[in-house]
Design a protein around this ligand. Structure first.
Ligand SMILES: NC(=O)c1ccc[n+]([C@@H]2O[C@H](COP(=O)([O-])OP(=O)(O)OC[C@H]3O[C@@H](n4cnc5c(N)ncnc54)[C@H](O)[C@@H]3O)[C@@H](O)[C@H]2O)c1
Length: 307
């Protein structure tokens, strides 16, 4: 297995490290900055004797080294600064995404592309359009991260282990994130039985603002430990063909009454990429919010044609 990580910034380099430590195959780290991916790759290889991992990592500025990749993770692009919304990145990152796709696709025509760059839903659509790949081979990472944040906030609030907390978020990566209180459980008990309505809403809002909370602390960039863990969980499901159902940004073909748009939905992941969009039992309110999120993304994707 060979995974290329495009962009060797904070998310890309930590993703490369996690891929190696989890033994998920060889890694190519590529960036436009000369020396950066080479230096990081050398540093990561020097950790191999200590960590005991077998796969190798190559750092490069040359796309010929990425040829034959099974998975391509795209983290290239600008992160947010304090006060910025993800949507403020649209213009700058659209150009970067088009450039990356044009370079990476010819050598890896059978790869599965996982987009991380923001604004996530729109960049995933752009990657799919620009690559011309079948839509099940292009997906985006947001739901695993948002769900992890929510699970941590619930665990922290209730003083329990994160391992006993299950929760899933759908919709878009941002304000239109759809929380599913009925599907959240703490040690098997439904979350709404354990906290009042106001606490529920606070937990969901903190999750929607989870990225901004970290940007406000860091001041010069955005989160990367949880984002890299989340994208590597997706790579793992694909390369090990586990069929795990994870919330991802996936192309819809009528599921939930939504069609021909990328939006956050639960999806079964395997060697084929998104092998199935899984339809949970949603009530009318949850369905309405998911459809609203999808329409918001559709409108923004239409704007992309002008950029
Ligand atoms: N989907 C999510 O949940 C999520 C979470 C965190 C970050 N992000 C996004 O991921 C992206 C990366 O974040 P980061 O913190 O790693 O940023 P960063 O600034 O640390 O790294 C970005 C890297 O991309 C490189 N780059 C720029 N243009 C390139 C090109 N054309 N080809 C190859 N590489 C190029 C830069 O040189 C830099 O090394 C941002 O857009 C950020 O908003 C998304």
């Amino acid at each position: 297995m060979k995974t290329t990580v495009v962009g060797s910034g904070f998310v890309g380099q930590t993703a490369a490290m996690r891929l190696l430590e989890k033994g998920l195959g060889d890694v190519v780290l590529i960036d436009i900055i000369e020396g950066k991916p080479q230096g990081l790759a050398l540093d990561l290889m020097e950790a191999a004797p200590v960590e005991g991992y077998e796969p190798t990592v190559v750092g490069t500025n040359d796309y010929t080294d990425t040829a034959g990749s099974d998975v391509v993770v795209i983290t290239a692009g600008f992160p947010r600064q304090p006060g910025m919304s993800r949507m403020d990145l649209l213009g700058k990152n659209a150009g970067i995404m088009r450039d990356v796709i044009a370079n990476v696709v010819p050598g890896s025509p059978d790869a599965i592309i996982i987009v991380v760059s923001n604004p996530l839903d729109e960049m995933t659509f752009l990657a799919a359009e620009a690559s011309g790949f079948p839509k099940q081979r292009v997906l985006g990472m947001a739901g695993v991260l948002d769900s992890a944040r929510l699970r941590y906030f619930i665990a922290e609030k209730l003083g329990v282990s994160t391992t006993g907390v299950e929760a899933m978020t759908l919709g878009s990566h941002g304000e239109a994130m759809v929380a599913l209180p009925r599907h959240a459980t703490v040690n098997g008990k439904p979350l709404p039985e354990l906290v009042d309505e106001q606490t529920l809403e606070q937990l969901f809002q903190r999750t929607r603002d989870g990225g901004a909370e970290i940007v406000a602390f860091l001041k010069t960039g955005s989160a990367y430990y949880a984002p890299s863990a989340s994208v590597v969980a997706m790579v793992e499901a694909i390369v090990k063909d586990t069929k795990a159902v994870l919330p991802v940004c996936a192309w819809t073909t009528g599921e939930y009454g939504i069609r021909d748009v990328y939006v956050g939905v639960p999806a079964k992941l395997g060697r084929g990429g998104v092998e199935e969009v899984v339809e949970l039992d949603l009530n009318d309110d949850e369905l309405a919010k998911l459809r609203e999120a999808a329409e918001g993304i559709r409108a923004k994707c239409a704007d992309l044609a002008q950029l």
